[in-house]
Write a protein that binds this ligand. Sequence first.
Ligand code: HEM
Ligand code: 2DC
Length: 469
Amino acid sequence: MVRPFSEIPGLWKNGAANLYNFWKLDGFKNLHRIMLQNFNTFGPIYREKVGYYESVNIINPEDAAILFKAEGNYPKRLKVEAWTSYRDYRNRKYGVLLKNGEDWRSNRVILNKEVISPKVLGNFVPLLEEVGQDFVARVHKKIMRTGQNKWTTDLSQELFKYALESVSSVLYGERLGLMLDYIDPEAQHFINCITVMFKTTSPMLYIPPALLRKVGAKVWRDHVEAWDGIFNQADRCIHNIYRQLRLEAGTPKKYPGVLASLLMLDKLSIEDIKASITELMAGGVDTTSITLLWTLYELARHPNLQEELRAEVAAARAESQGDMLEMLKHIPLVKGALKETLRLHPVAVSLQRYITEDIIIQNYHIPAGTLVQLGLYAMGRDPKVFPRPEQYQPSRWLRTETHYFRSLGFGFGPRQCLGRRIAETEMQIFLIHMLENFRVEKERHAEVQSTFELILVPEKPIILTLKPL
Ligand code: HEM
Ligand code: 2DC
């Protein structure tokens, strides 16, 4: 007998009371730990209502498969109202991140060809490789300046700049110059705005932004200011390229970047292009940089593994004679390391879909229209899904045994991360260059945990030491 929806365990009867308890547990920062705890208390499925946020939560890969089979032709995630409210408030168009239905699909199909199809990888690699080389040169310079043949630091600001430089060079086909000593203060402001934008979003998952706006809450005002900073900087970059393109009419000799390609293709309106390019630029900073920081942290904690990866990179370099596109095909363990990082330190605490048909999960009936969340952080740490989950083991991704619905860091299906190819390539190239040039070390301190600021980030600075090889 299939059990009814109303019998799914969990706390879903009093949203306001649950919000109060959530707030007492400092839930805005601990969402990932609270989800883990809920799975421990209720089992592999639970229903929840916190504030106005209502969902069914699952953790098993087999159940994830059922969820994604019911996502329909226009897959829809949780609506992040803070983000849509800002755009409505400032009269800006939604990009692919926030669109839904046919409007989303038609934009996404065109963007896919320019951003995530295998054919564009060859265009991105030389651009990203140049940024990787500049990063290494910059670190060498920093090491020289210390006079100690090593550099001990919190790399996060450097990684933000690396990530913004990388995504911008792909989007605009031009460098911003963030690997130089003096950087454009506007670019630094953009980076700061993204962090504030994420941070101020999380309370608004549970308290409607419309309400916060009405009472003039600080969190809403800070959020608006952050998006304003993001849009202003993106507008400047976009206008720049737009102007150049009009001056230089005719087909360019070299790859001109995603934005110019979209403008020349002339299949999306300029307003649609601007909206999605802004989202890509904003989505391309904290996500990859934090994943790289966690990866360096894990490599510092596992020196033997670090040497293994270095050997793989050296062999790949020899085999491909330095052709980067070719080299990327010979680094399975580096790729495994990135998957392993996203397993233990996912950017997204959950994946969600509003299901379009009734489904049965764990023998409970779930009606169409329900918001179902896969607890990605919880799944990555579940010993039933990943044996010895606490161990960082990139080689677990090499084994031929099934990875069925286990590698979901970028989401799944047609609505998965649009920046995935850029992110993966940028991160692989970064690791190749770092492994070829430096040894990464770390003081033996207690483990660093994650904290939820809409995306999961390290709860405290990660201090690493880089030594030239
Ligand atoms: C969506 C993860 C980097 C742009 C997503 C989603 C996840 C994700 C989980 C939701 C997917 C789903 O619902 O199935 C990540 C991770 C990254 C990363 C782990 C790096 C380690 C980037 C980068 C960009 C980007 C570099 C931009 C260049 C986007 C956009 C969407 C998205 C635009 C929305 C796509 C849509 O709704 O159609 N990302 N992301 N992401 N990401 Fe990323
Ligand atoms: C946050 O409960 C927790 O890739 C919520 O590059 C559910 C939720 C919904 C949407 C998720 C979000 C979480 C985490 C951050 C994600 C976002 C969709 C896209 C976004 C995963 C899991 C991200 C970081 C994008 C952001 C691009 C944007 C800032 C322009």
